[in-house]
Design a protein around this ligand. Sequence first.
Ligand code: FES
Length: 117
Amino acid sequence: MSKATRAICVGTADRFPSRRPRRVRVANTSLVVLNGESGVSGPWYAYASVCPHRGAPLDDALVIGSILVCPWHGSEFDLRAGNYIQGPSTCPLRVFKVSKRRKRIFVNLEHDGDPDG
Ligand code: FES
């Protein structure tokens, strides 16, 4: 049985300056949307707004390529799949599938970042 999709528009691409994580709230879910490169072609990322270790605000995180570094204790996560690369976190970061249609950015809250899922 296929999983229902729930892609929600979080705004137009120009609302998200390059490489600057921005917190948004959609459908009672707080998450961070990031345009990972200059221009609007992406890659685009969306992930939980707080760190799974002790709840640091991840709109303050440093992002290097596709690696997010938590601002409090330095855990590193791969934004493509959410897995942790380096602790102290031993839990993955929840990530969401993002798509861009025309000038709008959509986040699928029912689908994690696994491209095969
Ligand atoms: S709160 Fe993120 S590593 Fe501790």
